[in-house]
Write a protein that binds this ligand. Structure first.
Ligand SMILES: [Zn+2]
Length: 167
């Protein structure tokens, strides 16, 4: 995996620093742990915490399809379980067909969080008090987009709508 290698803004891709490249590579590595026998679509996510710690998550499907968990949700729940929800600074996500993990046959589209995960990232961002960098990568590393939650989920519902600030 060479996520982030030789990327340029001119090509419509995001230039990544070394820490961001490592985060995308960690997300790619997490794809190998996906439990996705139904969709055969592996997704990996990696969180960068404020002290440099990286936590990963993989999609976790269930025979009762609707119970399946996304990689981003798993990673954020892992951070919460470690008492680190407020320490998340960035998240990377990538994914691809398990039978074609590098996406070589499909033009390697950039993977973005699903709608539910965007809402879960919103919770993490609000708790962190930071604007999270959300790195959305193609499985072969040919493209990475650095997005914000405002771009992914404008006019989001959050704790402020309930009159609640970060606790
Ligand atoms: Zn999701």
């Amino acid at each position: 995996m060479e996520c982030g290698a030789a990327m340029s803004e001119e090509a419509g891709q995001t230039a990544l620093n070394a820490q961001e490249r490592a985060l995308v590579e960690a997300a790619h590595g997490a794809m190998a742990n996906a439990h996705a026998p139904y969709s055969r679509f592996a997704v990996g996510a990696a969180l960068l915490l404020s002290d440099g710690t990286v936590l990963t998550g993989s999609n976790f499907e269930n025979a009762s399809y609707g119970l399946s968990l996304c990689a981003e949700t798993v990673a954020i729940a892992a951070a919460n379980a470690q008492g680190r929800l407020r320490d998340i600074a960035a998240i990377a996500v990538t994914g691809g067909a398990m039978d074609d993990p590098m996406g070589s046959g499909e033009g390697s589209p950039v993977i973005t969080p699903c709608g539910r995960c965007r809402q879960i990232i919103k919770e993490a961002q609000d708790m962190s008090g930071r604007r999270l960098a959300i790195l959305c990568a193609a499985p072969d590393g040919s493209a990475v987009l650095r997005l914000t939650l405002d771009e992914l989920l404008p006019h989001a519902f959050g704790p402020a709508n309930l009159g609640i600030g970060p606790t």
